[in-house]
Structure formats: structure tokens, C-alpha cells
Design a protein around this ligand. Structure first.
Ligand code: SF4
Length: 311
């Protein structure tokens, strides 16, 4: 596997920090006594030699004059005997000692169906998602998250990256802090959560909220494609880089791509930041609102050909 680039590492670190926050971690220890001690030693070692010499020179002179005088009462210095070599304690051998067995090799289930059948509904797709074992993400999920909302040709479909801890626990998309912010964004656009459809690129939570791999995305995409084909939203809004890559491919960095119109299977598609990115960096809210205003304008002003968004 190729080494991850800086952006991927950054995204992984951000996801890990989000994960820690979702798990309730509010801070980290500031440092141990040992760390402080080693810092003091390091700073002492970093002092310039001339400064050390200046400090020690008078003391040396004073010491040599003291040593010259007889000191009969002074105890003779005897070095401590060397400490015995460290021998680790033997491991306790009891029948109850837990052992970490390697998990058995993952055997994937059948890949998702690529196209809808005439009798497919969102419910039948959701049932397939909940039973899916096509990729490794099924192993640690509590609940798969198929997506939810208005399935009847809604004005808007929002597509995110994948479930987080809250979504995994509830089996519903965008129900944590990011979800609260998305609800506000939807309301600011004049809609309710029930009037739009909300889905994700992958339907099972990646461990530690890491970014799903391209392989995991590829395994799961057929479900989203079938949902989009059934729902036929007027506009799709990609929330974040993973949704952008999943639907549009490697079109560029999200900071360059956001605010521009694309088409996914003839459906106008806008790219903007993920709500989690707005929670980390509220200064991105302004750009996001600009992008959503473009979406609102496109919904109000259908193109002459009867479509929505760019002509
Ligand atoms: S992430 Fe998608 S493909 Fe992977 S197991 Fe879950 S539903 Fe199936």
C-alpha cells in the first residue's frame, strides 16, 4: 500500500481528534514530572559553555582553597555499589490470563447489486445495506446507516462521507454535532430535514472515524447510485472532500472545487464543506453559505430547458 500523503494524514488526524471528542475526551495531560525534569536537563545542557565556565570558575577557586585546609571531620566519600542488574518479573502463568487471539481472516459477502430492479424501493435498498458484508467496515459497525428523508424527487439531496459514532449508534445519518449544524443549514435554506434526503458515501462507520479508503468507497457506492436513481433529486450537495471524490472523481482540492457546479448523472451537483469542517473552522461558514445560496438561486430559477442549476 502506498504511503499516505500529507492531506490524508491530516484528514486521519482530524478524524481521530473528532473521534476522541465524540468519545468524551476533553483534554490531554500537560506533561509528567519526568518530562519536566528532562526539559530542565535539556535547557541546562543548552547553556553556552562560556556561561557555564563563568558560573563554575569562582566556585572552583573557592573549592581549591577550602580543600587546601585540613578537614579532619569530613567523612570519606564512598561510592554506592552498583545497582543489581534489572531482571523483569516472570509473567504470571494462570489459566485466567486473557490472551489476544488474532481475529479470523475477514470473508467478504457478495458485492452490492449495481443497478435497481423494477421492484426496488429505498426500503429494499436499506434492508440490503443492513445485511451487507461486502467490505471490512461491516466488522465493527453497530448499525449500518442507509440514509433517510424525502424519497419523492426532493429538491435537495445531501451526501456526506460516512457514519460517525452517533450515527453508528442510532443507525441514522447526521445526528451528532455535525448533524445539528446540517439541520440548521437546511433550515436556513428554507427546508426541513424531512423535505430533503440525506445519505453517505459509505454506509458503515470507518474505525475511529477515519476517512474511508477508495476501495471501501467503491464497494459501497452502488447503494448510493441506486438511491440517487430512485430518488432523482433536483440538486445534489456534496458535503466534503470524500463525497466530492465519491461522486465526481478526483476533480481537485475541495477549497478549489467548492462553489462550482458539476453534474452527476445529469443532476446538478454543488460541492461545499462538510459540517464537521465548519465545526473545526467556523471561518469556513461564510464560503459554505455562499455555496448554499447558489443552490437556492438555482432551485428558484430553473434553466430554460426546464432543468435546475447550470444550463
Ligand atoms: S460500508 Fe457499504 S459495502 Fe461496506 S459493509 Fe457497509 S454497506 Fe457494505
Amino acid at each position: 500500500m502506498p504511503a499516505p500523503d500529507g492531506n490524508t494524514l491530516h484528514a486521519l488526524l482530524r478524524n481521530y481528534i473528532d473521534y476522541l471528542k465524540e468519545e468524551g475526551v476533553t483534554g490531554v495531560p500537560r506533561g509528567t514530572l519526568a518530562a519536566k525534569t528532562s526539559r530542565k536537563k535539556a535547557s541546562r545542557a543548552a547553556q553556552p559553555a562560556s556561561s557555564k565556565a563563568a558560573q563554575t570558575a569562582p566556585k572552583t577557586a573557592e573549592r581549591s582553597s577550602r580543600d587546601a585546609a585540613p578537614r579532619p571531620d569530613r567523612p570519606t566519600f564512598r561510592p554506592e555499589p552498583p545497582a543489581p542488574a534489572y531482571e523483569p518479573m516472570p509473567a504470571a502463568k494462570t489459566a485466567s490470563t486473557p490472551t489476544l487471539e488474532p481475529s479470523p481472516a475477514f470473508t467478504p459477502g457478495p458485492a452490492p447489486r449495481a443497478a435497481n430492479t423494477p421492484d426496488d424501493t429505498l426500503e429494499t435498498i436499506a434492508a440490503e445495506v443492513r445485511a451487507c458484508r461486502a467490505c471490512v467496515l461491516c466488522q465493527r459497525r453497530l448499525n449500518a446507516v442507509p440514509g433517510e428523508g424525502n424519497a419523492n424527487h426532493p429538491d435537495l439531496m445531501f451526501v456526506g462521507e460516512g457514519p460517525g459514532a452517533n450515527e453508528d449508534a442510532q443507525g441514522r445519518p447526521f445526528v451528532g454535532r455535525s448533524g445539528e449544524l446540517l439541520d440548521k443549514m437546511i433550515m436556513a435554506m428554507g427546508y426541513s430535514r424531512e423535505q430533503v434526503f440525506i445519505g453517505n458515501i459509505v454506509k458503515c462507520r470507518p474505525p475511529g472515524n477515519r476517512t474511508p479508503t477508495l476501495q471501501e468507497m467503491a464497494f459501497c457506492m452502488p447503494y448510493l447510485l441506486r438511491q440517487i436513481a430512485l430518488i432523482q433529486p433536483r440538486i445534489i450537495v456534496c458535503l466534503g472532500a470524500t463525497a466530492m471524490t465519491g461522486l465526481l472523481g478526483p476533480v481537485g482540492r475541495i477549497t478549489q472545487v467548492r462553489g462550482n457546479w458539476y453534474r452527476f448523472n445529469h443532476i446538478p451537483t454543488m460541492v461545499t464543506f462538510h459540517p464537521a469542517a465548519l465545526l473545526r473552522d467556523p471561518s469556513k461558514k461564510r464560503d459554505t453559505w455562499h455555496d448554499l445560496q447558489l443552490v437556492m438561486a438555482a432551485l428558484k430559477n430553473p434553466t430554460p430547458s426546464g432543468g435546475t442549476g447550470p444550463g
